[in-house]
Ligand binder design. Sequence first.
Ligand code: LLP
Length: 419
Amino acid sequence: MHFFEYKDHQLQCEGIPVEKIAEQVGTPFYLYSYHTLVRHFTVFDDAFKGIPHLVCYSAKANSNLALLRLFTNLGGGVDVVSGGELYRALRGGAAPEKIVFSGVGKREDEIEDALRAGILMFNVESSQELHAINQVAGRIGKKAAVAIRVNPDIDPKTHPYISTGLKQNKFGIDILRAPAAYRLASQLPHLKIVGIDCHIGSQLIEVEPVIEALRRLKQLVEDLRKEGMEIRYLDLGGGLGITYEDEEPPHPIEYASTILEGIRGFGCTLILEPGRVIVGNAGVLVSKVLYTKENEEKRFVIVDAGMNDLVRPSYYGSYHQILPVKEETREEVEADVVGPVCESSDFLAKGRKLPNLRSGELIAVMSAGAYGFSMSTNYNSRPRIAEVLVRDDQMSVIRQRENYEDLVRGEEIPEFLIR
Ligand code: LLP
């Protein structure tokens, strides 16, 4: 569900024609719909209202301050995986006691920042990390709340780059070794065990692997309780998929009700870390067709957004629907939609049947709200693009387009090269 629709043959975001926004901010740019974001967050959050729970929006999907503020306003917490994301969450107004800190490689300075901020808990991914957190907490006179991220060895049946809960993945502590890690945590003086965590993968289309993970986690919690450990929070991570092409992921209500069945009465507050399902279909990438060309074999549509702006197609082979901003009846042709970056892997679509696009017109690359801007880079010295948020008939540039000065900020030509 989203609020990008044609009206009078013009693609609109809520009450504003996309073309009008392009005239004001130039292309390319990311465009987000406020009401879609609110709706996705609210539907997800409400789906779990039968039990004590906390939705910690996963900042990595899209970490713009405006979005972080929006979800904070709706009562959400934030799942962060770096000092930078922690900084953003706090700047966005997130309540520290609703922040969870995940990630396999937390540095000491990041741990210290999180402790000083007073976050809800660290999702700890190794025994060495337990020692590191204990040591930092001791040094600054704090007690660190920890959960262990358990790797339940479950195949989430998604793209190998985004499955995380298998033994071969670097994430979490093997479920068989987790009890030993908990015993270690219970002995370290500056740690307080508060929870258990797992995240098995992203873009999940089936709910069964999540249920199986929950079953294994509960078994472990019961064993830990027998040893006198108190587990107040059970964090099931994020991962619920969305429709990019023809995938049929469970609706959040269906997803939630299956989880609720498994956890009701278990005595834990449930934490969820959704990213994509909240922001994915709430954003599009708007780009302009620069040129078209063809040879005997292929037709290319060359647009002004590249793999540095949206890397998902080239990195994961992901599908993103492409719509012309101006709807008109015209013949369909098969084409590769490619960017200006000097790599053959720089494409937004391959062999795609599309209306015969013309130089100068605008396209919208759909479902680009998650892992779009947040994975963008400056490759080929391309300034990162603007981000715009629309609410009804108001628009706001929530991130300025970078300029060339931004590109070289922090760089210096050393004295010994100046002659
Ligand atoms: N929690 C943890 C610990 C995670 O690692 C992730 C995503 C999430 C929550 C949020 O997952 P989501 O609800 O968005 O599926 N760049 C890839 C996705 C990488 C996901 C990494 N972890 C993509 O563009 O598909």
